[in-house]
Ligand binder design. Structure first.
Ligand SMILES: [Zn+2]
Length: 201
């Protein structure tokens, strides 16, 4: 009985590890099996993401926040690499994102690229609740509202309104629209309003 309990415990520990869309052995060794190779060839997973996943696997032992996390996707935006992770409720904070970003920056050798980590909570489906992910992707601008707009062809589109200086966005607005619509599964339009100077009397 004792050994059975041990086995069960070991199994549950295995399930609580970081989830990635490829086999861990393939990512760790860099030698991809036909199934992983297929995903890379089809572009379901990009080649540079294998390095990111490997770094995350190496970090998970020292970072409890990564143990129950799930790797979703990364985007290469030229001078910026955006990494999206799903984490347990309560871990989707700016502090955790910063901690993971700093650790990844040390591990990864992305010359001339900055890294940004975006965390989504595992209880909130970003497709149902786009506010948190929009807020993180549009920071330091402030998201002031998200609406669903119906297009003439019956499709739905998110209209995200933000306020602030568009030059401070992490990537061009069009790029962010593309990325958010990929993540949210709907077309996205971002409308930015510049902060007005207050009149001084
Ligand atoms: Zn594989």
């Amino acid at each position: 009985m004792g050994s059975l309990r041990k086995t069960k415990k070991a199994l549950s520990e295995v399930t609580e590890r970081l989830k990635i869309p490829l086999d861990k052995i393939c990512v760790r060794t860099g030698v991809l099996c036909p199934s992983c190779q297929y995903k890379v060839e089809k572009g379901i997973v990009k080649e540079f993401e294998v390095d990111i996943m490997r770094a995350l696997l190496e970090l998970e032992d020292e970072m409890k926040e990564l143990k129950e996390a799930e790797y979703i996707k990364s985007y290469d935006l030229g001078d910026l690499v955006l990494i999206i992770l799903k984490v347990p409720r309560g871990y989707d904070t700016n502090e955790v994102a910063k901690k993971i970003r700093q650790a990844l920056t040390k591990k990864l050798d992305f010359v001339g690229k900055r890294i940004r980590v975006v965390l989504v909570s595992d209880i909130k489906d970003p497709r149902r609740d786009p506010s948190r992910i929009a807020a993180q992707l549009l920071a330091p601008l402030t998201v002031t509202g998200i609406n669903i707009v119906w297009l003439p062809n019956g499709e739905e589109k998110y209209k995200i309104r933000a306020i602030g200086n568009p030059n401070r966005l992490i990537a061009p607005k069009e790029k962010l629209e593309e990325l958010l619509s990929d993540l949210l599964g709907k077309k996205v339009e971002i409308e930015i309003e510049r902060r007005r100077r207050r009149n001084v009397f």
